[in-house]
Design a protein around this ligand. Structure first.
Ligand SMILES: Nc1ncnc2c1ncn2[C@@H]1O[C@H](COP(=O)(O)OP(=O)(O)OP(=O)(O)O)[C@@H](O)[C@H]1O
Length: 310
């Protein structure tokens, strides 16, 4: 039997720098298990994406494996969607929410390599991917894809602020960004359009669209989202005073926030989101922890669009 040809894309910066060593271990484990490995690395996510695209175009690869966190899965999904190349994940990030949802080993490259070669032999599993179409004129207009959660409320505002800081690293950065944003934060006026329904206006603190249930290392913001139901779960936390928000929000760890009457849950295949600007600014959405674009945008769920080795 010919060895499986696997392109392994490594994000050395993932997991606060642990990604490099975990990438080495994943390459070694896959090679030991008999795979023929092509290791890919870039100077940035965009550079790595270009290298992956070139490899998928010009080499005959049986699978693309990403080593990193949700941001690397995000990059991998965009690379393989619309192809028949399956995606393997060696979870080496900080949160690793998508890998956890798929039941994959976390920070254990040996176990991850074993699972992904087994799944490559048996065909893996299809999951939905969500296409994001921003309406802003800036950018290259290329569609973006996500597999986990798109944040477009308080969580996105916090992410945008944290993104502008180099330090501190890890979770502390998000906690500080949250503390900085909270005093000035208030509900925003969203226009939400679900499938063919009429647009609804909602004053909300948080709007999250989940293909998967969680972000941030186990915050189950869209607790009942399923990656293979062809739908996105839309969770809105309606306008409440900040102290009430602070009581509701931590319940995302258990997912019980959705039982609060001020939290609304919908399911749809196509969701358009817009928001009224505050001080001249709209909200920049984040998906799988990655910066996407300013609202308005439309998210379209593509059922079974990606095969994952899980
Ligand atoms: N050389 C590089 N190759 C790939 N991505 C890189 C590189 N340098 C920086 N990055 C950035 O790393 C981020 C993705 O990190 P990733 O999600 O893999 O790990 P993490 O943030 O530690 O984990 P998680 O998202 O699960 O919390 C992207 O925003 C990307 O721009």
């Amino acid at each position: 039997m010919n060895a499986s040809r696997i392109a392994v894309a490594v994000n050395p910066t993932s997991g606060q720098g642990r990604g490099a060593a975990l990438g080495d271990a994943a390459v070694a484990a896959l090679s030991t298990l008999g795979a023929s490995v092509q290791r890919l690395e870039g100077t940035s996510a965009a550079d790595l994406a270009a290298r992956i695209a070139a490899s998928l175009d010009h080499e005959d690869v049986d699978a693309l494996v990403v080593v990193g966190g949700d941001g690397m899965v995000h990059l991998g999904v965009a690379a393989v969607v619309g192809t028949d190349v399956p995606l393997g994940i060696v979870a080496a990030g900080t949160g690793n929410d998508i890998a956890r949802t798929l039941g994959l080993p976390v920070r254990d490259p040996q176990a991850a390599a074993t699972v992904l070669l087994e799944k490559l032999a048996t065909g893996g599993r299809r999951i939905d991917a969500v296409e994001v179409r921003p309406e802003e004129t800036a950018g290259d207009g290329a569609p973006r894809w996500f597999a986990g959660v798109l944040a477009a409320g308080f969580d996105a505002v916090v992410n945008e602020r944290a993104n502008g800081w180099n330090r501190p690293r890890g979770r502390a950065k998000y906690v500080l960004a949250m503390l900085a944003e909270l005093p000035r934060f208030s509900a925003r006026t969203y226009t939400v359009t679900l499938d063919d329904e009429a647009a609804a206006v909602e004053k909300a603190m948080l709007v999250a669209l989940g293909n998967g249930p969680s972000y941030g290392g186990g915050m189950r913001v869209c607790p009942d989202a399923s990656m293979d139901d062809g739908l996105t779960e839309v969770v809105l936390v309606r306008e409440v005073p900040v102290p009430t928000f602070l009581r509701i929000f931590p319940r995302v760890y258990s997912g019980s926030h959705v039982r609060d009457p001020r939290v609304v849950v919908h399911r749809a295949r196509r969701v358009r989101l817009d928001v009224e600007p505050v001080r001249g600014r709209k909200i920049v959405a984040y998906a799988d922890g990655e910066r996407i674009a300013e609202l308005p945008l439309t998210c379209i769920t593509h059922p079974g669009a990606v095969t994952v080795l899980a």
